[in-house]
Design a protein around this ligand. Structure first.
Ligand code: PLP
Length: 394
């Protein structure tokens, strides 16, 4: 079965009792039992829920593995993996370019508990092999990364991690299973902020963890119930609805991102564009090899001042200024003051995360409107600059 067919059919039969084409929202906390301890697969909705079970089935199918657990948010999903695999003294290796919330949970929650966080240039094989020790339990990457869209060689990193007995976790939020299948490249665990492209409409927060090996999955499944950060049946239903158009949306997001990246690349006020689809992007060759498309996100550095960045991001017609990404409605964000504000400025600088960086999440609007809006914003920055110079000359 092809990908788009699976988004609509996998784990989603018509409801047997009524024939309802779309399964209802099982809005229930508990289930009537036939005899004490004798139930029909569901006893309490923290432990299991039919709407959530359908969602987990389709997510697992799309990533090509048997096991999925849905969580209340992407960070709850991350927390379950970290809690399952890190004990005091254990080590985790992560790249320099990592989502701000991942940076925060590692450095503010797990490091104080005695876990060692090694943040390295993971694209450098020597740095990676130097960072791996007998205490390394996890290697954790995103690819493409948030916000600079760096691309890492998943197969090579999996090989290095496995050689030292560590598991490789891939955050597949940006690529989605439509553009990238990390398990085929050697990942042991995949995490998602379902909030983003998978749900796709900026109307819920949710996360997921997927695994191939039942032994790897078991402690995560245990924590899903034991710590209880599960999504509501309604949110699961919304994601099931969103997933049905995942392929169509991802194709549109990617088409828009490609057009925007080309327009920005050609603009004199743009210092640098980060988009793996551009041939001069350092991860272009790896992305061409390990992805089936370049994704829907574009970041760029404005050749100007922070004030100009703030003015640009605050006044777009179609790009709402907001956290998050991956919805049908376009978003723009200033990572230094928003998603990555929890990363201290000196650390941001050492990570190469410029205060001039602007992150775009093009939605599913028409690319002409989106490009026009961005070019108009850059032209307005240019005009304001010229007006200031003219005023200074008077
Ligand atoms: C790559 C990535 N991973 C994880 C998360 C965390 O997900 P959530 O916001 O659903 O908790 C985010 C959120 O922006 C993200 O961008």
């Amino acid at each position: 079965m092809e990908f788009s067919t699976r988004t609509i059919h996998a784990g989603q039969p018509s409801e047997p009792g009524t024939g309802a084409l779309i399964a209802p929202i099982f809005q229930t906390s508990t289930y009537e039992q036939d005899a004490p301890g004798c139930h029909r697969g569901f006893d309490y909705s923290r432990t299991n829920n039919p709407t959530r079970a359908r969602l987990e089935a389709v997510l697992a199918d799309l990533e090509g593995v048997p096991h999925a657990a849905a969580f209340a948010t992407g960070l709850a999903a991350e927390n379950a993996v970290l809690q399952a695999y890190l004990r005091p003294g254990d080590e985790i290796v992560v790249p320099l370019d990592v989502y701000g919330g991942t940076y925060r949970i590692l450095n503010r929650v797990f490091q104080p508990q005695g876990c060692v966080v090694r943040q390295i240039d993971i694209a450098d094989p020597a740095a990676l092999s130097g960072a791996l020790t007998d205490r390394t339990k996890l290697v954790w990457i995103e690819s493409p990364t948030n916000p600079r869209l760096l691309v890492y060689d998943i197969a090579a990193i999996a090989g290095a991690a496995h050689a030292r007995g560590a598991l490789l976790v891939v955050d597949n939020t940006f690529a989605t299973p439509y553009f990238q299948q990390p398990f085929t490249l050697g990942a042991d665990i995949v995490v998602h902020s379902v909030t983003k492209y998978l749900a796709g409409h900026s109307d819920l927060v949710q996360g997921a963890v997927l695994a191939k090996d039942p032994a790897v999955f078991e402690p995560i499944k245990f924590l899903q119930n034991a710590t209880g950060a599960v999504p509501s049946p309604f949110d699961c239903w919304l994601t099931l609805r969103g997933l049905k158009t995942l392929e169509l949306r991802m194709q549109r997001h990617a088409e828009n991102a490609q057009a925007i990246a080309a327009a920005l690349h050609a603009h004199p006020l743009v210092r640098r564009v980060y988009f793996p689809g551009l041939p001069d992007h350092p991860g272009h060759d790896i992305a061409s090899r390990q992805m089936t498309g370049f994704g829907g996100m574009v970041s760029f550095e404005l050749d100007g001042s922070v004030e100009e960045v703030v003015s640009f991001v605050s006044s777009r017609q179609f790009f709402a200024l907001g956290e998050s990404l991956g919805g049908v409605k376009s978003l723009v964000c200033h990572p230094a003051r928003m998603t990555h504000a929890s990363v201290p400025p000196d650390v941001r600088a050492s990570l190469g995360l410029s205060d001039m960086l602007i992150r775009l999440s093009p939605g599913c609007e028409h690319k002409k409107d989106l490009v026009q809006d961005l070019v108009a914003g850059l032209d307005a920055v240019q005009r304001a600059r010229e007006a200031r110079t003219a005023f200074a000359d008077v």
